[in-house]
Design a protein around this ligand. Structure first.
Ligand code: EPZ
Length: 458
């Protein structure tokens, strides 16, 4: 496996595979039947941390980000930043980032292709350097993942966009504030435009902006750097741009999708799980749906507890942009619906192809049929363990959850998908009483392992 040379910046102790995440990085082995109970301290949100890292390109001054999850998508973003010439040091859950002068304007294909989220360096690069060359991000299992809203918005701000030989080339003399209406409240487009707008002379208004909590976290990060932003979290965001930004310190918000994943993991086996570190309002509709299914929810100031003693009821679910039901919890909740007394309809409105995991769930005994954007989930079903393949990050998590209640042993291959977004997944589930082993490709299952093989970047 090719690797980058040592990063040449202080604290960099180990090379990271330039050709992306190891394809055959092992599996999770789960024995079903455990009732999960206990507490989970949430990691920082993957879908915020990656953007805060990109936003650090907007200033030459050092930025310190804490509660950064040790997951492979973060390690990939570290590599992307280092490839641009940024000094990045990872100590514990703290990242120190200094994007000094002399930055490269080209993000390498090998890294961009492994993680679509790399595209969020585009806005800050144009803002800081006046130009950027970045490989067209590939699609992935869940859809084509287009970036037309990103590019049209940057053009509105004065960037020239050329696409040739699979690369996007952006350039501008000066970014200028503008009204930028989005066809759809795209999370990534809102983030790229928000970051670019901080350098655009005058006022920018992003209309139909995404409203996710991760957008608010990014806006707070940019404001702490000196940006002037109003309306983050609403569909109309105003930015007064053109002023230089300075360094900052910031703690990433907790990961609401990680939270929902563990609450479902507890509910499937009639357990009692509390997640800590998150504002419940970040998951309002999700918690309402769990309650309608018969899961008892107790909300604390920064915690949520889900317990179940009775049968599960079917409910219909439609994924939507925030504050709608999160698409990133759709696969996981289908496992819960498979155990409910009746039929549920799940409608996926965000991505074109996010039922990829259904075939694998059905191999475990689920009874799900799909037609276009709709999945019909019949229950209750008795799941039985077998070997399955994780198709993507959230589908992989759903398969592990299914293994928790399947009779016998379930082996979930393609663990590298899960390592992208869940820090210490096996450890946290084991601490709740699950029988889960994380096995490397060349290992035999050990009694207990130490979680995902996170690379030790210092
Ligand atoms: C972010 O992806 C998240 N990823 C996704 O989480 C999440 O599912 C998604 O937002 C929706 O909440 C990160 O933050 C790294 P979008 P993003 O732009 O920004 C279409 C996970 O599991 N679209 O809101 O790519 C697009 O094809 C990941 O953690 C265009 O057509 O989401 C999709 O159908 C998966 N043109 C829809 O909009 C564009 O220019 C939503 O995309 C942009 C998007």
């Amino acid at each position: 496996m090719k690797s980058t040379s040592a990063g040449g910046v202080s604290g960099y102790t180990e090379s990271y595979p330039v050709d992306g995440i190891p394809e055959n990085s092992g599996r999770f082995v789960v024995r079903g039947g455990a009732r999960l109970a206990g507490d989970v301290v949430l990691a920082g949100a993957k879908n915020s941390a990656l953007k805060l890292m990109a936003a650090s390109l907007l200033t030459p001054e050092p930025c310190v980000i804490s509660r950064v999850p040790r997951i492979t998508d973060v390690f990939t973003m570290v590599e992307v930043l280092r490839s641009l010439g940024v000094a990045v040091d990872f100590e514990g859950d703290e990242l120190r980032i200094a994007a000094g002068d002399g930055l490269s304007d080209c993000a390498p294909y090998e890294l961009v292709r492994t993680m679509r989220a790399s595209i969020v360096v585009m806005g800050p690069m144009v803002a800081r350097l006046g130009r950027a060359t970045i490989a067209m991000p590939g699609g992935c299992n869940i859809g084509p993942r287009r970036i037309d809203f990103h590019l049209r918005g940057l053009e509105k701000l004065g960037a020239r966009v050329e696409i040739e030989h699979g690369f996007i080339k952006l350039s501008c003399d000066r970014l200028r504030g503008a009204v930028v209406p989005l066809d759809y409240p795209s999370v990534g487009a809102t983030e790229n435009l928000l970051m670019a707008a901080t350098a655009a002379e005058g006022e920018t208004v992003i209309e139909n902006a995404a409203r996710e909590p991760e957008i608010v976290d990014l806006a707070e990060y940019l404001s702490s750097m000196g940006a002037c932003i109003e309306g983050a979290g609403t569909s109309s965001v105003h930015v007064q741009g053109g002023r230089p930004l300075h360094g900052t310190q910031h703690q990433v918000i907790a990961d609401r999708i990680e939270a929902g994943t563990y609450l479902i993991a507890g509910a499937v086996g009639a357990g009692d799980v509390t997640v800590h570190g998150l504002e419940p309002h970040h998951l309002e509709l999700f918690l309402t749906k769990l309650h309608l299914m018969g899961v008892e929810i107790q909300e604390g100031k920064h915690s949520m507890r889900a317990s179940r003693s009775g049968p599960l009821r079917p409910v219909d679910i439609s994924t939507l942009p925030h504050p709608g039901f999160p698409t990133d919890l759709q696969a996981q909740v289908m496992v819960l619906l498979s155990l409910a007394d009746g039929t549920s309809i799940v409608t996926e409105n965000v991505f074109e192809n996010r039922f990829v995991v259904v075939d694998e769930l059905n191999r475990l005994g689920a009874g799900i049929t799909t037609s276009g954007h709709h999945a019909v989930v019949t229950g209750p079903r008795a799941l039985t363990g077998t070997v399955v393949e994780a198709p993507d990050l959230r589908g992989g998590a759903a398969l592990v959850i299914a293994g928790l209640v399947a009779e016998g042993s379930t082996e979930i291959r393609g663990a590298h998908h899960i390592d992208r977004g869940y820090e210490g997944f096996a450890d946290k589930l084991t601490a709740l009483g699950a029988n889960v082993t994380r096995v490397q490709a060349d290992e035999t299952p050990l009694a207990r392992t130490t979680g995902a093989s996170a690379r030790t970047l210092r």
